[in-house]
Design a protein around this ligand. Structure first.
Ligand SMILES: *Cc1c(COP(=O)(O)O)cnc(C)c1O
Length: 375
């Protein structure tokens, strides 16, 4: 069994994908060009924002956004304690200070209440200046943007949406990657919309930031790539990846609908000792992960063992709170605020196989093993 079945996805769409790749090979244009431009137009339209700027990966997308906002030394950027490393990694990369914020125990997403406490703490300490909040659409569910927006407005902070796992999700009819002042996503193969290598994108309605990001991603270009007006990155999506994404985009919404059926099946079948993911009213998840919680780490370890004995993969996203990562020990604030919810979730969470090509019988088998009804 696959944790995320990219092989079946390919085999079911082999002709279209092969031919898209071959067209790029025949064109002889491997960087930029028609497929990249087409993809940017399609994705901007899908998300409902003015600009989509593709780049090399989701981490660069985050960094480019902070660069466009000129965030740097002395600036505080608030970030969930429970996320993939790169959400927070980009903050010290631009010389700003990450401040870790606790999460909601049901959605695993940034807690607006903890966010306000963290902001007030930073203001009280007076050492660094609050500038931006990064909210993550973790595991596919959009963050609580209604509440987070109130706080960013109250404290006049910029809001960056890390939609690496959330692409394709929605709040009512509004799509993920349209909630931040800038939003980013990743096309890493295992993400909801994945390519066959690395890729990422930035979304915004703001013309000035879009232009800055266009410059930063091409060595800080001015009039052209040999006129360099600022220090930037080399961060581009290549044509083969764009061509693959254009094919996969055609059945993307169908895949998300299928993932929602898988999630429903799991949630129906798991017993009450296991906490199923909570999706808030009006939210649609793109199900980057289906993540459950056990009563404790011991139960989790037993479950992992039992699954493994049956050839079923599972993964712990995430093992460790950001504030306990060694890399941040000298460059972060916030461990003193304590992220109790994150610590407890890290000790009991487990992500199960989740993709659009899952066999419904496999979901039953997995659930029975986890429920202790099957060896
Ligand atoms: C995967 C991921 C990223 C980084 O994306 P890459 O394309 O791997 O650089 C950033 N944030 C979150 C929440 C992610 O899951």
């Amino acid at each position: 069994m696959e944790f995320r079945d990219l092989k079946t996805q390919y085999l079911q769409n082999k002709e279209a994908i092969d031919s898209a790749i071959q067209n790029v090979l025949l064109s002889g244009h491997f960087i930029g060009g028609e497929p990249v431009q087409q993809l940017e137009e399609k994705l901007a339209d899908y998300v409902g924002v003015k600009h989509c700027i593709t780049c090399a990966n989701g981490t660069d997308a985050l960094q480019l956004s902070l660069m466009a906002w000129n965030i740097g030394e002395g600036d505080a950027v608030f970030v969930p304690d429970f996320t993939f490393f790169s959400t927070a990694e980009v903050i010290p990369l631009v010389k700003a200070t990450p401040v870790f914020v606790d999460i909601d125990k049901d959605t695993f997403n940034l807690s607006a209440e903890s966010l306000e406490k963290a902001i007030q703490n930073v203001l009280k300490n007076g050492k660094i200046t609050p500038k931006a909040v990064i909210a993550v659409d973790l595991f596919g569910q959009p963050a609580d943007f209604a509440e987070i927006r109130k706080i960013t407005e109250k404290y006049k902070l910029l809001l960056l949406e890390d939609g690496a796992q959330g692409f394709g999700g929605r709040i009512k009819s509004k799509r993920a990657c349209s909630f931040g002042d800038i939003a980013t996503t990743s096309f890493f193969p295992a993400k909801p919309l994945g390519c066959y290598g690395d890729g990422g994108a930035v979304f915004t309605d703001n013309d000035e930031w879009a232009e800055l990001i266009q410059s930063y991603k091409v060595h800080g270009k001015g009039a052209d790539k040999y006129d360099n007006v600022r220090i930037g990155l080399n961060s581009r999506l290549d044509a083969i990846q764009a061509a693959v994404l254009l094919v996969k985009f055609k059945f993307f919404d169908r895949e998300i609908a299928l993932c929602n059926q898988v999630a429903e099946q799991y949630t129906d079948q798991l017993n009450s000792f296991i906490k199923a993911p909570v999706i808030r009213k009006d939210m649609i998840s793109s199900w980057a992960q289906y993540t459950i919680c056990f009563q404790n780490n011991k139960d989790r370890e037993r479950a992992i063992r039992n699954l493994k004995q049956n050839g079923i993969p599972s993964a712990i996203y995430y093992q460790r709170p950001m504030h306990l990562q060694k890399a941040f020990s000298s460059c972060a604030e916030g461990s003193e605020f304590q992220c109790k919810v994150t610590e407890s979730i890290c000790s009991c969470c487990l992500s199960l196989p989740m993709h659009a090509y899952m066999d419904m019988d496999d979901i039953t088998i997995i659930s029975q093993i986890l429920n202790g009804e099957r060896k």
